[in-house]
Design a protein around this ligand. Structure first.
Ligand code: FCB
Length: 783
């Protein structure tokens, strides 16, 4: 075997399932299935029932060697049991003939989740009889098709069918009972065993089942698979592994439930449904095991965590999201887990040959005039094939690989929005179009492997340079964002083609994925905004968390931190950013706004920009304070201004000046280097020293005002009798001074809530405008 080729005779295929592609749900006497009405989307799917011939030709043109399809039970036996509908079987009869004529080996799955509704009405999978009816159905199908099917698979992914169908209820039939889920699982296993017996009795040569396998690991093990686990984490991992994987593998391949699972089954469902002899039936010898692999399950021990309804008995286990690349489904991309999984199966069940019966990915496809350049999918499959190859080299006996899936189709509860196909389907016209991945897979099959070395990949930078656009623009185009003009898109796609650019999975999904995370960036506190900062952190966090977002808190204090934050956002590790307050020169705000990630600011930026912000009416508040002093008869009003590069200080000064101007008075200003009490005291001493007739001070911040109050009293001035003092912000300390401080109240909570709302609107893609909230004067004793 050369560096990248696969063993001779390795089977290259694609998989589909009846309900997901066939449509024609009432044709030729088909009965209803539990999925017909369950998914909100209409069940026409790919109309494969009528376009069978075209689809077989498509596979032939791609050089597909094997086709795994499923038979619809409700087509064959509309009532689930009893009378066989020969017209329904006729469809598969013709399909098999056409497959064989095209040189494609047929692999048939008998149960891919579409239980006849009539059987669900009699209790569904929690009822034992369903398993018996399945065996009759298997025999009926074999009788008509047995001469042409190469390999039979009894059930597909019983975990999903049992625990999502009857446990969490997100799949049909949508029941939510842990007891029903465990009983369904057992009866599906039993159906498998009885089905194998029926098929063998009828003379079937190769019989198997398909399990979904999700390696279970902790977040730390995602990057370091050898990582030692704490006792608690090891227990959490083992428990979920028993529920998801060993619950099916052990009965099928060892004739026993895993010892650590039995108490969980017993607690939720009792053990009455597991009858003597069942496990012997379930453990019929099989010729190979079909393994579906998409993603690992990442968990850790977390004592307070309630059970996930899809995993009854998972109390105290947290299902984690991990910072890896993900598909559009949000499934982490971890090809290494495929090699580990194959290694494990080969070690623990050494008698059983393996076949990857499903592996593939949902990514957002962009249909362009010149094709569908689904580089993500190619890269996903390629990486998994490399992982598979290394497992084979290490001794795993894997006979073949089936891509999920041939056509974009009806992805169960998610409907048509998911795109797993090598072939694009326009559901308005049913037109099929090859994606780049289909052509790429054709080449893999033709050479029985991958190219020796991964072509040296041009990077995002190379493409950006060639197309003369930014990296972010390339990412946006590659990821199908609509914000790019058609001309720019065309230029970028040309560069992508010419260079043969295939982004690596991590970089790629870092720019596409929705992280559900929002970065909350705090720049240097200490500018008098601390209470505001605290409130914003509290309110923004709780509101965004309420909307299902996670918050990453980042501090922007040094140039290095600005770089770190910018690259975090550029790498799309956050869907949105709340920045508060903008740094003085606004370089960070500027830089972040160029990433295209929605950003909102607390406070008006110094440099006018299109970035939406939330602010208070600083000028109006300062004018109100000044007018109040004038109304109280003050004629010589000094103002202490904080640092003049702060936008809100400039605005407060402008409001103060405007009010004085209207009253025909002139400003007396003292600058403070910062917004502290000490600076306020120093500025007040200067104002008092320079202006003997000074009768009022307005300070641009409360801490400045408090400092001024102290300095005035120390200088022997009586407040408010011969010197009135007003501040701005209404911090808590303002009402704790003697006398209590008159000040302008900033609506802290409202600002925070407005900020969160603004960001949520932006995340939903809505156009937003900045928000300026009124500031209200609070008159106390100091004036
Ligand atoms: C598997 C199913 C298949 C499809 C893929 C995405 O669990 O067997 O029908 O839904 O996932």
């Amino acid at each position: 075997m050369s560096a990248a080729s696969f063993p001779e005779g390795f089977v290259w295929g694609v998989s589909t399932s009846a309900f997901q592609i066939e449509g024609a749900t009432t044709a030729d006497g088909r009965g209803p299935s539990i999925w017909d009405g369950f998914s909100a989307d209409r069940a026409e799917a790919c109309d494969h029932y009528r376009r069978r011939t075209e689809d077989v030709r498509l596979m032939k043109d791609l050089g597909i060697a094997a086709y795994r399809f499923s038979v619809s039970w409700a087509r064959v036996i509309p009532d689930g049991c009893g009378k066989v509908n020969t017209a329904g079987l006729g469809f598969y009869d013709r399909l098999l003939d056409e497959l064989l004529a095209a040189g494609i080996t047929p692999y048939a799955t008998l149960y891919h989740w579409d239980l006849p509704q009539a059987l669900e009405d009699r209790g569904g999978w929690p009822v034992r009889d369903t398993a018996r009816h399945f065996a009759d159905y298997a025999a009926a199908v074999h009788e008509r098709l047995g001469d042409r099917v190469d390999t039979w698979f009894t059930v597909n992914e019983p975990w999903v069918a049992a625990f999502l169908g009857y446990g969490s209820g997100i799949h049909a039939p949508g029941r939510t009972s842990a007891a029903d889920a465990f009983r369904s699982a057992h009866h599906m296993l039993l159906a498998h065993g009885l089905g194998v017996q029926a098929l063998r009795a009828a003379g079937a040569a190769k019989v198997s089942a398909v399990v979904n396998h999700s390696p279970v690991l902790t977040p730390a093990q995602v990057s370091d698979s050898g990582r030692e686990l704490s006792e608690e984490d090891a227990e959490a991992v083992a428990r979920i592994d028993a529920l998801a994987n060993r619950q099916f593998l052990d009965p099928m391949l060892r004739g026993a439930y895993p010892a650590d699972l039995i108490p969980l089954i017993e607690r939720h469902a009792g053990l009455g449904h597991v009858r003597d002899g069942d496990l012997d039936v379930i453990a019929q010898p099989i010729d190979l095991l079909g393994v579906n692999y998409y993603a690992p399950l990442v968990v850790q021990a977390q004592p307070s965590e309630p059970a996930d309804p899809a995993f009854p008995g998972s109390e105290g286990v947290l299902f984690c999201t991990v910072p890896t690349a993900v598909t559009a489904m949000g499934w982490p991309i971890v090809p290494g887990c495929l090699s580990q999984l194959l290694g494990r199966l080969s070690r623990e069940y050494p008698e059983t040959d393996l076949m990857i019966t499903e592996n593939g990915a949902d990514f957002v496809d962009v249909v362009t005039g010149d094709g569908i350049h689904d580089v993500d999918r190619i890269s996903f499959i390629e990486e998994h094939l490399r992982a598979l190859r290394s497992a084979i080299e290490n001794g795993a006996r894997v006979r073949g690989y089936f891509v999920w899936t041939l056509l974009d189709n009806l992805e169960w509860a998610d409907g048509y929005q998911r795109k797993f196909g090598l072939v694009h389907v326009d559901f308005a016209t049913q037109k099929r179009r090859l994606k780049d991945s289909a052509r790429w897979y054709r080449d893999v099959i033709a050479r029985n492997g991958l190219t020796e070395t991964r072509a040296r990949r041009p990077t995002l930078e190379t493409v950006a340079a060639r197309a003369r656009v930014s990296r972010a623009t390339v990412s946006r185009v590659v990821n199908g964002e609509t914000s790019v003009s058609p001309e720019v898109r065309a230029t970028v796609m040309r560069a992508v083609r010419e260079l043969g650019y295939v982004p690596n999975a991590a970089a790629r999904s870092l720019v596409t994925r929705r992280t559900n995370t929002v970065a909350l960036v705090l720049s240097v506190p200490g500018q008098g905004g601390d209470p505001l900062t605290a409130a914003v952190v509290q309110y923004v966090t709780s509101m965004l968390e309420g909307a299902g977002k996670q918050i990453t808190l980042m501090l922007a204090d040094t140039a290095e931190s600005h770089r770190r934050i910018a690259s975090h956002v550029e790498a799309r590790l956050a869907d949105g950013v709340v920045l508060l307050p903008p740094d003085r020169a606004d370089t960070l705000a500027e830089r972040l706004s160029r990433t295209g990630v929605p950003i909102v600011l607390l406070g008006k930026p110094a440099v006018a920009s299109l970035v939406p912000y939330v602010d208070v009416d600083n000028a109006g508040g300062a004018a109100a304070a000044t007018e109040h002093l004038i109304a109280r008869g003050r004629r010589h009003i000094g103002m202490i201004c904080g640092p003049m590069d702060l936008t809100f200080v400039q605005d407060r000064l402008a409001g103060h000046r405007a009010a004085l101007h209207r009253a025909g008075m002139r400003p007396l200003l003292a600058l403070a280097d910062d917004l502290t009490r000490a600076s306020g005291a120093a500025a007040a001493r200067r104002l008092i020293g320079d202006n003997p007739s000074l009768d009022a001070i307005f300070a641009s911040g409360d801490q400045l005002a408090i400092g001024a109050l102290r300095a005035a009293q120390e200088a022997g001035r009586r407040v408010p009798e011969n010197l009135a003092i007003a501040g701005f912000d209404d911090v808590d300390a303002a009402s704790a001074t003697t006398p209590q401080l008159t000040t302008v109240r900033v609506p802290v909570a409202d600002q925070a809530l407005a900020l969160a709302r603004l960001l949520l609107s932006r995340l939903e893609g809505r156009h937003v405008t900045s928000v300026v909230l009124p500031a209200r004067l609070v008159v106390r004793d100091s004036t």
